[in-house]
Design a protein. Structure first.
Length: 265
């Protein structure tokens, strides 16, 4: 067939195509992270050291003896860590949305610019999740169900705090866009019930935190249910990104600045 005879228009995605799309996107992003996290937990459980005496390290240095190279590696990780979220937005713009042909701006809520609402709602949500979350972590660790979380291992370098803030933003954008905005949209389009979609999103969120222990799974799964309900109520991903960013900044930067005084954690 000659090139001029080809039909270059994109067909409307079928259920099978959408199902494959979901599996492929998760396979190169948080689904893969979930599998690695499960394997990491198995590793922790199969050594002769209690789980609460082991450490789960986040934001670790790669080349601590060459800070300039380590900074480059950290920034590269952060930049490429956002790509799956951008890809999810691209896919939402190509396929059908919640209302038929809605695109990512309408589905994720950023077509209606309400920065004050996003910031205020996100701050309230962070407070509602963060304080009980800390209590759950301490309880799970005391009971032996969680490893000790080392939220920053970058060392004493001048760029540690800015990088930790950027890492917090990257985590928030990736997780909330993919696990909430994108996944809930696609699962509903595939005919899943609302509560089944919420449960799947929440279990996935908990699963890629399993490397920290069972307490992290439970806490993040509960957070996943709350975030999904908030998203479905407000139809905005902005407050979730703000809340997640604030939670991670407090965890990452707080640990980096106060690690010597947080031995009880």
């Amino acid at each position: 067939m000659a090139a001029e005879e080809l039909d270059w228009t994109s067909p409307r995605p079928t259920r099978t195509m959408l199902g494959h799309e979901v599996l492929l996107l998760l396979g190169v992003s948080l689904g893969y992270s979930a599998i690695r996290s499960v394997l990491s937990l198995i590793d922790k459980l199969t050594v002769n050291v209690p789980l609460n005496q082991q450490a789960a390290e986040l934001n670790t240095a790669v080349t601590p003896d060459r800070p300039w190279l380590d900074l480059t590696i950290q920034l590269t990780r952060i930049a490429f860590g956002v790509v799956p979220a951008l890809f999810a937005i691209h896919l939402l713009n190509r396929g059908p949305g919640l209302g038929g042909r809605l695109g990512a701006p309408e589905i994720l809520g950023y077509a209606r610019r309400r920065p004050g609402f996003d910031l205020g709602g996100g701050a309230l949500l962070a407070a509602a999740i963060g304080i009980p979350g800390l209590g759950l972590y301490l309880a799970a660790k005391a009971l032996g169900f969680n490893a000790t979380v080392v939220a920053s291992g970058l060392g004493e370098v001048w760029w540690a705090v800015p990088v930790l803030v950027l890492a917090a933003v990257q985590n928030a954008v990736l997780e909330e866009v993919v696990v909430v905005g994108y996944l809930l949209t696609r699962l509903r389009q595939l005919g899943w019930s609302t509560w089944t979609a919420i449960a799947t999103s929440a279990v996935l969120r908990g699963s890629y935190h399993l490397y920290q222990g069972f307490g992290a799974f439970v806490g993040n799964a509960i957070m996943g249910v709350v975030f999904a309900l908030v998203y479905l109520r407000w139809r905005r991903i902005g407050p979730l990104i703000v809340a997640h960013t604030l939670l991670d900044i407090v965890s990452f930067v707080g640990y980096a600045l106060l690690a010597d005084h947080l031995k009880w954690l």
